[in-house]
Write a protein that binds this ligand. Structure first.
Ligand SMILES: [Zn+2]
Length: 303
């Protein structure tokens, strides 16, 4: 069986969509890599919360300058001093181009900050409404129904997980973990496979334990080299790897190809799985190194 390195691209902001996404398309094509782009389909309110996207240590060491460098001064002001641009309304052409170039497209969220900050504490009605906004916008943009979802900030609740099944998504990638599974929530089985992110993200690693921009790729390649039989899901961000960190992404793509990975979309990875054979794992909320607060993770084996 081939081993896959599935590339999951989270697109969080207006700037990331306009500038990062086209650069990523070009780079992926150059390397013969497929990928899945998960879009933020509604307003860009990231200015309200950009600092909370990163762990305190990262900000402390890398400084506010760097956040401005990656996200642009305007992003920091959207939803505060500047009106929030509606990403889906303004960037539909870019999103369709991603699909037309042969990449998979999916839902990240409608409003990144709303979902990331609130979904854990919200009820079924709020969660369904918020996801429906993303689904409706997706249909407007692409003309057909979405088939996959990747939760903003790896934040989920029970109802959100149920909705993955109810919307008939082929899979969902809302968790951190080690291998694909069928999720349970307090023992309730949700019939929509989870393809968890299996590797750390660059922003979780940089400036920790002697890791710098110069040796980050080497470190991640070391991780995949030492699990030679295992397929992986790597999450990158249009704002980071589609921006200043593009050279690091290129090192990774080269390295993974040299290690014998096929660089694929999550749909391709999903197609290789026999869902009936997947183990069931409880979804738990837990801290993950390098991130603030609790994330949805692949917990104990349920069955
Ligand atoms: Zn995101």
């Amino acid at each position: 069986m081939p081993k896959y390195l599935a590339l999951k691209i989270d697109v969080d902001t207006y700037r990331g969509t306009r500038e990062g996404v086209p650069r990523l398309i070009e780079t992926l094509k150059k390397h013969g890599a497929n990928a899945t782009f998960f879009f933020t389909l509604g307003p860009d309110h990231m200015g309200r919360a950009i600092k909370r996207v990163f762990r305190p240590g990262y900000l402390g060491k890398v400084s506010r300058m760097s956040v401005r460098e990656h996200y642009g001064i305007k992003t920091l002001l959207y939803g505060t001093l500047l009106p929030a641009p509606d990403i889906g309304k303004r960037c539909g052409d870019i999103m369709r181009r991603v699909r037309d170039e042969g990449f998979e497209v999916g839902i990240h969220c409608y409003d990144h900050i709303r979902w990331q900050d609130h979904v854990v504490d919200k009820d079924a009605e709020w969660t369904a409404r918020e996801l429906q906004r993303a689904v409706d916008r997706y249909v407007q943009i692409f003309g057909d129904a979405p088939t996959c979802h990747a939760a903003a900030g790896w934040q989920m609740n029970r109802e959100a997980l149920r909705l993955m099944q109810r919307h008939g998504f082929a899979y969902s990638s809302d968790t951190r973990g080690s291998h694909p599974f069928l999720p349970t929530w307090n023992g309730e089985i949700i019939n929509c496979p989870q393809l968890p992110t299996t590797l750390p993200t660059l922003d979780e690693l940089v400036n920790r334990d002697g890791l710098t921009l110069d040796n980050l790729a080497h470190y991640i390649l070391h991780l995949t080299e030492h699990q030679p039989e295992q397929s992986q899901v790597f999450t990158l961000h249009a704002e980071l790897e589609g921006g200043k960190w593009l050279p690091i992404l290129e090192q990774l793509l080269e390295g993974w190809k040299a290690q014998g990975f096929e660089l694929v979309s999550l749909a391709q990875y999903r197609a290789s799985l026999d869902v009936a054979e997947l183990p069931m794992h409880e979804v738990e909320l837990r801290e993950v190194d390098g991130r603030i607060g609790a994330l949805a993770v692949q917990g104990e084996l349920y069955y």
